[in-house]
Design a protein around this ligand. Structure first.
Ligand SMILES: O=C(O)/C=C(\CC(=O)C(=O)O)C(=O)O
Length: 290
């Protein structure tokens, strides 16, 4: 597998300035491979996207903190994610992917290393299996620590997943809004079903991220804004935002991170919505002690 590069080296400077303390709640680090090899089961083989590159991007965009989410290419070995958190001088925390057989001592080690959630990935192109019963066992074990669960799935399996989601005894954060078909518009079936899910389950939050993945029209992502702004306005206390740098699997349409930041004031049009999305909500989840 040749190595893929899915980010721009010199993203534009956003025109919009995030509020002080803004958290980019969905980023990954890749490797460096020489130190942190990829999983033998990885479905893509990215170039190194190191913590130092991430922190340079964070500062360039006017962001204060990052949430490093373990990506499928590193499997259940969270060493690269923990390394990113450790090098951040307190400005990053993370979400791990764990083996169902994980021991209590290892969970404790992850907590000490800044992990505050586990991710369950249901995308068939990214993982070989997604065992709901084992995921539930994990969720029951991490809930008492105050951790949450991050779930990544596509809109076509939402209905099938609902009983599983309903059984999770802690906060759930859905990546990229469960990937609705944005072309259906603001009243479309996918986004309507997703909003109903949030209406019915007060413990379900979502990342209003993935403009570059979900938009059909492309930058400046007008179609994404039209569909997603009503979600932010309806669930202001349960939304997070992230760049998704280094944009795994986006080699066909590598986004400019500055342009992604400029989507924020269009989906969260008031200073209050912006503060909740970027500061209050992620701080409640990842730095509740501050
Ligand atoms: O980074 C994301 O959010 C999305 C991904 C990659 C991913 O999640 C992973 O590798 O674990 C995708 O859609 O390919």
């Amino acid at each position: 597998m040749s190595r893929s590069k899915t980010w721009v080296d010199r993203p534009s400077k956003p025109r919009w300035t995030p509020p002080p303390g803004a958290v980019d709640a969905h980023v990954h680090v890749f490797g460096p491979e020489a130190e942190f090899p990829f999983s033998p089961k990885a479905k893509y083989h990215p170039e190194d996207a190191t913590p130092e590159m991430l922190f340079a991007l964070r500062d360039h965009l006017g962001i204060s903190r990052n949430i490093i989410v373990q990506a499928s290419c590193h499997g259940t070995d969270n060493a690269a994610t923990l390394n990113g958190i450790a090098r951040s001088a307190g400005k990053a925390r993370g979400v791990a992917v764990v083996d169902p057989a994980i021991g209590d001592a290892e969970i404790e080690r992850l907590h000490e290393g800044g992990i505050r959630g586990v991710r369950f990935n249901f995308l068939k192109r990214l993982v070989d299996d997604a065992p709901k019963d084992k995921f539930l066992d994990i969720a029951r074990r991490i809930a008492p620590l105050g951790w949450h669960v991050v779930v990544y799935f596509e809109a076509d399996i939402l209905e099938e997943l609902e009983p599983f989601l309903a059984a999770i005894p802690t906060t759930i954060v859905v990546d990229h809004l469960g990937r609705p078909d944005i072309a259906q518009g603001p009243e479309g079936r996918d986004i309507a079903r997703f909003k109903r899910l949030l209406d019915e389950h007060p413990n379900i939050w979502t990342k209003v991220s993935g403009a570059e993945r979900l938009s059909v029209s492309g930058p400046p992502f007008d179609d994404f804004v039209e569909v997603i702004r009503p979600v932010v306005e309806r669930f202001p206390d349960r939304v997070l935002w992230g760049t998704d740098w280094p944009h795994p699997n986006m080699e066909h349409r590598v986004p400019d991170d500055g342009t992604l930041v400029d989507v924020i004031p269009r989906i969260a049009p008031t200073p209050e919505l912006q503060r909740k999305l970027l500061v209050d909500n992620p701080m409640r989840l990842y730095w509740p002690e501050q």
